[in-house]
Design a protein around this ligand. Structure first.
Ligand code: NAP
Ligand code: F7E
Length: 329
């Protein structure tokens, strides 16, 4: 029997799943990735490492598939990154979001309880749980006030993780991660929407960028830094919950300034407010205090907001110049 550690990642085809898979492979893990059945393959983020992964079919909607995967592959660590993760869609698909993003967590936890309660479990909690913030900055002790069906679902996923830890003594951790981005970010999220349009405008392929609320403020970090924090949590002696954030916040307006400025353009010449991009309820300000993760995990971010936005603009320019689709177009 192999002595390499084995980890299961749900959501491996997503932004974080792909970076976590790379990170765990580098640490010497065998990586099993759960993918859902689709009519066309969507492995663009993991194509470059696909031959090093074991991909298995399953779905957070289907507990039978989760039990079977755990029984067959026997991971020591499970990272639950799968979710309906786009906040805006959670208003138009609130029940589906609840099924996957909330109840899906219980399905994974219960499969672990039944198949192998020694498994260490990571739950992808979110700063969206703070919503209409009750404290600035937000810590592990800040009360939750979610502002979207997604945020509400994540609060459920968070508390069921705490509950299974306390009820069944599972090694279950929850990372309360603030927004984190990269060139692999889905194009519907605001950072990548902006950097992709900047690249198109710079190359003469577009001339306008519609956006919603320019005043919203977010604590934006770099995704590869954040997946390292997930792993660190599962290496601790005791399971716990941690905020992961940079401690800096920027508005969407500032994001535009930095992204357009990086190619010598003035954002005000191109951006306009499109009412369709506004949300029924908004999270106005997020800024996290990651002191606990710094102190207990030795975690710190390595890439600044400005560096990350520049990196995303350059990746989009390069993809467009070589006539490739950027990730997840
Ligand atoms: P993402 O790019 O949207 O990836 C989501 C993943 O979940 C995809 O692999 C998707 O598969 C999979 N998935 C969706 N529904 C599923 C289902 N029913 N069964 C199995 N898999 C399913 O999200 P991300 O940015 O990597 O985020 C990872 C996790 O962290 C998510 O839980 C998200 O809510 C949470 N989070 C993200 C952030 C952030 O800023 N990125 C911050 C806090 C928390 P397909 O490829 O087939 O769609
Ligand atoms: O919006 C504003 C929008 O969609 C950020 C997910 O990963 O992080 C993410 O959720 C802000 C919001 O991310 C547009 O109103 C303005 O205030 O990039 P976003 P999000 O909603 O913060 C959390 C932590 C998660 O857990 C989620 O899974 O930007 N905004 N104009 C816009 N947003 C979008 N998408 N598009 C616009 O045109």
């Amino acid at each position: 029997m192999s002595r390499r550690k084995r980890a299961l990642i749900t959501g491996i085809t997503g932004q974080d799943g792909s970076y976590l898979a790379e990170f765990l492979l580098d640490q010497g893990y065998e990586v099993v990735g759960m993918v859902r059945r689709t009519s066309t393959v969507n492995f663009d983020r993991i194509q470059h490492i696909q031959d090093k992964l074991t991909l298995v079919a399953g779905d957070l909607m289907d507990e039978v598939s989760l039990m079977a995967i755990l029984k067959e592959h026997r991971p020591q660590e499970v990272y639950n990154l799968a979710a309906q993760s786009f906040v805006k869609t959670s208003w138009t698909q609130p029940v589906f979001t609840g099924e996957v993003t909330a109840l899906g967590v219980t399905r994974v936890l219960d499969a672990i309880r039944m198949v192998d309660p020694e498994i260490r479990f990571y739950q992808a909690s979110s700063s969206e749980m703070f919503g209409k913030v009750q404290q600035v900055p937000q810590t592990e002790r800040t009360p939750y006030y979610p502002r979207s069906p997604y945020g509400v679902a994540k609060v459920y996923g968070h508390w069921i993780t705490v509950n299974y830890r306390e009820s069944y003594d599972l090694f279950a951790c929850s990372g309360i991660l603030f927004n984190h981005e990269s060139p692999r970010r889905g194009l519907e999220f605001v950072t990548h929407k902006v950097t992709y349009h900047v690249a198109k405008i710079k190359l003469g392929l577009a001339d306008r960028l519609p956006l919603g609320n320019l005043e919203a403020q977010r604590d934006w970090g770099y995704a590869p830094d954040y997946v390292r924090a997930m792993w660190l949590m599962l290496q601790e002696d005791h399971p716990d919950d941690y905020v992961v954030a940079t401690g800096e916040t920027h508005s969407v307006r500032r994001l535009c300034e930095v992204a357009f400025g990086s190619v010598g353009l003035n954002w005000e010449d191109y951006v306009y407010v499109n009412p369709d991009d506004l949300r029924p309820a908004e999270v106005d300000l997020l800024v996290g205090d990651a002191s606990k993760a710094r102190r207990e995990l030795g975690w710190a971010p390595t890439v600044t907001f400005e560096q990350m936005i520049q990196m995303m603009v350059e990746a989009d320019l390069e993809a467009l110049r070589s006539q490739r689709q950027p990730m997840r177009l």
